[in-house]
Design a protein around this ligand. Sequence first.
Ligand SMILES: O=c1ccn([C@H]2C[C@H](O)[C@@H](COP(=O)(O)OP(=O)(O)OP(=O)(O)O)O2)c(=O)[nH]1
Length: 144
Amino acid sequence: MLISVINTSKHPLPEYQTAHAAGMDVRANLTEPVTLKPLQRALVPTGLFLEIPVGYEMQVRPRSGLAYKHGIGLVNSPGTIDADYRGELKVLLVNLSDQEFVVQDGERIAQLVVARHETVAWQPVEVLSDTARGAGGYGSTGVQ
Ligand SMILES: O=c1ccn([C@H]2C[C@H](O)[C@@H](COP(=O)(O)OP(=O)(O)OP(=O)(O)O)O2)c(=O)[nH]1
């Protein structure tokens, strides 16, 4: 699919690293590095402005390498980019490690997955259909 994009960053557009990857790695666009102390968060700019087709959303997801090696995640994982959003795409990083982490300009900080979504209209009713599960949840079938 095609997504219209304005790239005000000094970096290449997000790209798939392998032929069948689901996520495109997106880069930080910084004038100076951002230091994240343990448990600190930061809204990191990308310099990208998108027009996602109606009926689709973009999910901003963590990169497992950054998570595993440095404890870097997303506060709002996954972030949701709406089709009608015209502002700058930003990434809400959090440092979940016990050591400082420095985000460098151009660093691949997250990945972007585009997905179709439905738009719901509610149908209020008095009764829902019976199922074997009923109201069971939260481990009702066992936890192993
Ligand atoms: O990680 C994110 C999450 C959101 N956004 C942008 C795009 C999205 O369309 C908009 C609103 O996001 P969301 O709906 O998650 O925010 P909200 O807290 O519900 O705020 P709002 O009242 O503005 O919808 O902010 C980002 O750039 N990065």
